[in-house]
Design a binder for this molecule. Structure first.
Ligand SMILES: [Zn+2]
Length: 177
């Protein structure tokens, strides 16, 4: 399992993959994307965003039931998902640890080179792989078989498109974008 925590003290800025610098106090909780001075749009994620931003609750429940965490988080969370993205794309995701900064309202913040659609797609892809892996080690049974069937039929792009359009209108803490 990828480690969500970043070693070191409190960060007050992120050095983005594109070369721009963003101060953590300029990133607010409702932000899902950053229109960057470089001209690109970068995805913004914070550890306080629920995993439901990316996947439906039943999948979150399955993840939490299957994946055990051995860090300071009680259960599988957005921080783990983003740690996985960073492990997969280390050059493309900047992260800042603001857990000692009481003013920002979040602990960790990630800003990716990709936009929020592409990040969403990447997160879902990694979570599905993680679950396939976990299921392959689970005891065979009706639940496992049913789940494997669901995963086989799973269409990543269609899922992300539908999920984003359905979740678009929810409140800022629950929105897919
Ligand atoms: Zn940029």
């Amino acid at each position: 399992m990828a480690e969500p925590r970043v070693p070191g003290g409190t960060d007050d800025h992120l050095d983005l993959p594109c070369g721009e610098t963003v101060h953590t106090h300029d990133v607010d909780l409702g932000m899902r994307e950053l229109a960057c001075s470089c001209g690109a749009t970068h995805a913004v994620v914070m550890d306080v965003h629920p995993l439901g931003r990316f996947v439906p609750d039943f999948l979150v429940d399955t993840l939490r039931a299957t994946i055990t965490t051995d860090d300071d988080y009680d259960e599988f969370s957005t921080a783990h998902a983003l740690a996985m993205v960073r492990e997969e794309h280390p050059e493309d995701v900047a992260v800042a640890d603001c857990s000692a900064d009481g003013e920002v309202g979040y602990g960790l913040v990630w800003i990716a080179e990709m936009d929020s659609y592409e990040l969403h797609r990447t997160v879902v892809e990694l979570l599905v792989e993680l679950m396939e892996h976990a299921i392959s080690h689970a005891e065979d049974g009706p639940t496992t078989a049913e789940f494997e069937k669901q995963l086989e039929e799973f269409e990543l792009d269609a899922f992300v498109d539908t999920y984003r359009s359905e979740r678009d209108f929810e409140d800022e803490y629950d929105s897919a974008v």
